[in-house]
Every structure is written in C-alpha cells, then in structure tokens.
Design a protein around this ligand. Structure first.
Ligand SMILES: NC(=O)c1ccc[n+]([C@@H]2O[C@H](COP(=O)([O-])OP(=O)(O)OC[C@H]3O[C@@H](n4cnc5c(N)ncnc54)[C@H](OP(=O)(O)O)[C@@H]3O)[C@@H](O)[C@H]2O)c1
Length: 302
C-alpha cells in the first residue's frame, strides 16, 4: 500500500490506516499487539490509536515485534484530557507510551476542551509545537462540527490538517457543511466507520445494489474477487479522503493492502454511489456529531 495524501503542512500521510480502536481491540493490549503485527506484515504502515483505546503502548510493541522501523510507519493518536493545565503532561504521556512522538495528534472529540475553550485549547497545542514538545507533529481534530472548526480557525496559527469523522455515503448530506469548511481550509477528511453501509446498516439500503454492481465489474475485469468493502474504500480514496479502517482477518488485511492494484472507479460510478448515499441518513457512531448540528430530514432506509 503506497498511496499517500498530501497534508496542508507538507507531509504525506499513507492513505489507508489500520485502527486499533475497533471491537475487541479497544482497550485490549495483547490482541492490539498481535493484530497490529499482522497489519504491519500485510504492509499497512499507518496505525491509528488513541488515549481512550489504551492501545498506544501496544502500537509501540507491534512495531517492535514486526521488526518495522518507526520512521517507516505513520502513527496517529488522539488526546482526551479536558484540563488545559495538564495538556502538556498529557501529551508527554502519549509520547512516552508510543515510545516516540506521533506523526499526528488529534483532539479526539469537540467535547474534550471544556465548553467555550476550544480556541484556547488549540492555542496550547500550537504552543507545544512551537516550544519543541510537539515539534514535527501534525495537528488535527476529530468529530468536529462546523462550530468547532470555526472556533479553531478563528485563532489558528497552525490549521488542523485533518478532521477524522464517521464518513461514508449515508452521512454525506449531514456532513456537507463540515466538508465545505474542510475544502476551503485544506483540512483533509479522515474517514472512520466507512464500512457502516455494508456492515451496520440493517439492509444495506439503496447503496447495496450499486456497490454490488461495481464489485462485479471490478471482479470480472481483474479476475480477482473484489468485494463491496473495497469498492467503498476506492470511492473514499478517489475523493481524496484518508481511510482509517481495521481488520483482524488476514484475508481482509490482504484486500486492504492490495487496494492500490485495483482499477479506478469511473465518474459515473462515483456519482451513482453518492446519489444513492444522499437518499439516506444513517450514522453508527451516534453520540458525537448531532448535538447542535441537526441531522438532515432523510429516512434511515428506503
Ligand atoms: N475518531 C473517532 O471518534 C473514531 C471512532 C471510531 C473509530 N475510529 C478509528 O477508526 C478505526 C476503524 O473504525 P471502524 O471499525 O468504524 O471502521 P470500518 O472500516 O467501518 O470497520 C472495520 C471493520 O470492518 C471489517 N472489515 C474490514 N475489511 C472488510 C471486508 N473486506 N469485508 C467485510 N468486513 C471487513 C473488520 O472486521 P474483520 O476483523 O472481520 O475484518 C472491522 O471490524 C478504529 O479502529 C479507530 O482507530 C475513530
């Protein structure tokens, strides 16, 4: 997997990341090491971890056990400390557990800074970059709504390079104002929960036949079995979105690592996915985004 996406601070991030905050990995040191080693051995050199997952040390261990050099892997972590007084020591704790500075540090939720302090919180993170603590580390946000992004952009000396969001075709209508701000300020979207329409929607909805048709086309063209998860991943990548997914299944890890070898989706196919997606609003991770940012008036299924 060699595809990268350019960030506004000039760095290139591997376009597909493997997260250790999914299912049985969340909060579980040992499986996060074992599965992390598998992901690295499959050639996925981008790991997404977080304070809340309690898998930062497992990320370090996975690199060590896989025999992969730190400088060859992109590591993202996310902090949770709401207290501005302890942001510095919280960040130092992240670095200690990871065994090195992360490549990218995200504010995990807009609720991490206490109400009304998002701008000041961002300023402290910037200060940590300027005083050397986070020198060389990219800064970003996660689950930020329009109002949260505006609070940061109002004061930013360093703009967030990414906003990590539940992102897939069934949340596009809701996310549009967030995506518009991102486009204006070159904040790249990082998708998590991308496979929600396939794995978590009760019927698959109107996207199902569209994804199946495209998967069939790609399978017959390549002579390999291309699944609908790979189609959704290609869709996101072609929209210049970083995909943070996960797997503990060697077959799925192989598919993720081989995405680069698949043909592109056509413009018509991209449009078909988007049109079907915008007919429905369905979110899996419900708590983060809808407060003071109303959902669109769309059904969950048709
Ligand atoms: N910032 C945030 O608030 C936030 C929230 C949630 C997640 N995240 C991050 O994003 C990562 C991924 O999140 P997610 O779990 O929601 O992502 P996802 O990509 O929607 O789902 C991952 C799941 O898909 C399955 N899968 C992978 N390839 C597949 C395929 N080809 N066919 C069928 N199933 C397949 C995997 O199961 P198998 O093991 O069976 O392959 C895995 O459990 C997390 O680990 C975490 O790092 C961040």
């Amino acid at each position: 997997m060699s595809r990268t996406i350019k960030l506004s601070d000039g760095k290139s991030i591997p376009a597909i990341g493997w997260g250790n905050g999914t299912g049985g990995l969340f909060g579980n040191h040992d499986p996060a090491i074992t599965s992390g080693v598998q992901a690295l051995k499959a050639g996925i050199y981008h790991i997404d971890t977080a304070e809340i997952y309690k898998t930062e040390q497992a990320t370090y261990e996975a690199l060590k056990q896989a025999g992969v050099k730190r400088e060859d892997v992109w590591i993202t972590t996310k902090n949770l400390s709401p207290d501005m007084e302890v942001v510095r020591s919280n960040v130092q704790e992240r670095i200690k557990l990871l065994g090195s500075k992360p490549d990218l540090l995200l504010i995990h939720f807009p609720t991490v800074p206490q109400a009304g302090t998002t701008s000041q919180f961002w300023t402290i993170l910037e200060d940590l970059v300027y005083d050397g603590t986070l020198e060389g580390v990219s800064l970003g946000v996660s689950n930020f709504r329009p109002q949260d992004l505006e609070a940061v952009l109002k004061v930013a000396r360093i703009k967030p390079v990414v906003n990590q969001l539940e992102y897939h075709p069934y949340v596009l209508e809701h996310l549009q104002p967030v995506l518009d701000i991102g486009e204006k300020h070159n904040i790249i979207t990082e998708s998590y929960g991308l496979l929600t329409p396939i794995l978590r929607h009760p019927t698959g909805g109107p996207l199902k036949p569209v994804l199946e048709k495209i998967a069939k086309r790609l399978s017959s063209e390549t002579g390999k079995e291309v699944d609908t998860a790979s189609v959704l991943t290609l869709w996101a990548l072609q929209k210049n979105v970083i995909v943070v997914t996960s797997s503990r299944n060697p077959d799925n890890l192989k598919k993720i690592s081989e995405i680069d070898s698949l043909p592109q989706l056509s413009k018509e196919e991209l449009n078909e996915i988007e049109e079907a997606g915008r007919k429905v609003h369905f979110r899996h991770y419900k708590v983060h985004m809808s407060k003071d940012f109303p959902n669109p008036n769309l059904p969950e299924d048709i």
